[in-house]
Write a protein that binds this ligand. Structure first.
Ligand SMILES: *Cc1c(COP(=O)(O)O)cnc(C)c1O
Length: 359
């Protein structure tokens, strides 16, 4: 007799992270923070070294309090996790059963698919327009039933966003017993008109959860730290399905320091504003289409012409020490996702793409 995992698990294609950069190359494949992380967070991490023999506080109380203070939230309705990936997985573990339907937008973050499949649920994608979530299409797709609707706002890998009024229209149009998960991994980068902090939705509805991460603007991707804000009933359920010590002690300590370091967040935002604009305008100037992004990356589209296509560009950039992200697994075989880097890296990207398009 062979040992069989639960039905459907062998259909899962494991998540493939952005490629690592070989020695001397620049990694622009995983939307990490070009500025690194807060010095204060790094110091707090190092200072935690003499407490490694102690279990962390399973409730991550000091971290929840610091997040609540910074964002004006109720700490009792925050749950921390080992990255927001873990939070997304816990939501699936808690609410999805085999045969359930999960709805996402067409170019939704790949983790939503993993979450659905891990529970034997089916993922259905709602077509987008202009690489942007289309609320009517999500509602139409969810009409036949959806246990969870995942929407990243703004979204990775497209970098696009929808206004708060659209998210509210989505929530109002969904059945009460459908959970809406708004993934705010890049929320701190956005300040466009019509943009509202999605955390407010949690107070206005009893079936919306917002997830956030320390991996992007806080630059702590290696630490694995994320959190969610949700209604009391959902928070209570997630505490039952999470591991008792799911957030490690150095992550709690560094997270507290990071969330308090508003100066580092402001510098990261200012850096991104400047270089996101530079990359977008300069790459468009080469005749390539760039989807308008509010995140710390751009989605660049290439022609299908042999030698000029996305995979040729990817190889050309890699040869010049620039590691970017092919997004074929998202159904975008003609595009590359490029993270905003330091000034010199951004200039190298544009120079390399100029050489590529001219060749
Ligand atoms: C990067 C990212 C996350 C964050 O994942 P972590 O597990 O917190 O590192 C979540 N959602 C989206 C859409 C992302 O791009």
């Amino acid at each position: 007799m062979t040992l069989e995992p639960r039905p459907g698990l062998l259909d899962i294609k494991p998540y493939k992270p952005g490629a690592a950069a070989p020695e001397g190359a620049v990694k622009l494949s995983s939307n990490e923070n070009a500025l690194g992380c807060s010095d204060k967070a790094a110091e707090a991490f190092k200072a935690s070294a003499d407490q490694l023999h102690i279990y962390p506080d399973g409730g991550a109380t000091v971290l929840r309090d610091a997040i609540a203070e910074a964002e004006g939230l109720d700490p009792e309705r925050i749950v921390c996790g080992a990255g927001s990936d873990e939070i997304l997985q816990l939501l699936g573990r808690a609410y999805l059963a085999p045969g359930d339907r999960v709805v996402q937008s067409q170019y939704g973050f790949l983790v939503y698919r993993l979450v659905a499949m891990q529970s034997g649920a089916t993922i259905v994608s709602a077509p987008e327009s202009d690489y942007t979530a289309d609320i009517d299409s999500v509602l139409e797709t969810a009409k036949d039933g959806a246990k969870i609707v995942f929407i990243a706002n703004p979204n990775n890998p497209t970098g696009t966003w929808v206004p708060d009024s659209d998210i509210r229209r989505l929530r109002d149009g969904l059945p009460e017993d459908t959970l809406l998960v708004v993934d705010g991994a890049y929320a701190e980068f956005v300040d466009a008109p019509g943009w509202e902090n999605p955390l407010k939705l949690v107070d206005d509805y009893d079936n919306v959860v917002v997830t956030r991460t320390f991996s992007k603007i806080h630059g702590l991707a290696g630490l694995r730290l994320g959190w969610m804000y949700g209604p009391k009933e959902i928070v209570d359920v997630i505490h039952r399905v999470r591991g008792p010590f799911n957030v490690n002690l150095p992550a709690i300590e560094a997270g507290v320091a990071a969330i308090k370091d508003r100066d580092f967040v402001a510098r990261s935002k200012a850096h991104n504003d400047r270089w996101l604009g530079f990359l977008t305008q300069s790459i468009r100037g080469l005749g390539l289409e760039v989807t308008p992004s509010v995140c710390n990356f751009v989605l660049v589209h290439f022609p299908e012409t042999e030698g000029k296509d996305a995979m040729s560009a990817n190889a050309f950039l890699a040869d010049r020490g620039l590691i970017v992200r092919p997004v074929q697994p998202y159904g975008l075989p003609n595009a590359l996702r490029i993270t905003v880097g330091l000034e010199a890296d951004n200039r190298r990207v544009v120079e390399a793409l100029e050489a590529f398009t001219a060749a």
